[in-house]
Write a protein of this length. Sequence first.
Length: 240
Amino acid sequence: MKIDVLTIFPQIFIGPFTESLIGKALRKKILRIDLVNIRSFSKCKKVDDRPFGGGAGMIIKPEPLYDAIKSTGVKRKNGLYKNPYIKPYVVYMSPQGRTLNNDIIKYLVKFKHLVVICGHYEGIDERIVNYIDEEISIGDYVLTGGEVPAIVLIDSIARMLPGVIKEISSVQNDSFYNNMLDYPSYTRPAIFRGHKVPKVLLSGNHEEINKWRQVEAYKRTRERRPDLLKTKVCRTKNEN
């Protein structure tokens, strides 16, 4: 997969994209990330201006952002492709977008090429929406820019790419993968300050261990995120 990140602060990504799983994916060439500096598409390096109609803050100008998007190979938003996952998919990290969840990640990971736009100031010129496929938010709060949300998005995508995580079951058993939270996990020692590991995990009976984990995952989801169970039921009905 290739991901182009459009930003006015490319240095922010150096640490997160060189360490841990993302760094591993880049070194193994499973993932390619290109940082595109929006300022490079402005002759005077100025990318913002005052909003028409007045008001506080500044708006990212349409010309440099449009040119930055086009530089990644994006064609018209409604261009025709035999395989919809071949075309570059343009995402704008915005508090006004759909809230990021695992279903969105599983959809995005199907694409060969993503273009991620990091907004700043009071946002981008609305006319650029014509060249965006989707707006995505990471929560109902406002950050100083779209770089941190972009890192969250890319990290979530990278770990789902085949070969990034050694055991695919680790991904499939993650919280939210099947609209359930993860089951409790334990490691050595078997007794820590009087707290014991559940006996079933020490039994060696993998069938019973799997049953225990399923039950505990359901209990945890029911207690902490019952809304996920409602989503799971609705989805099952729709699939039937």
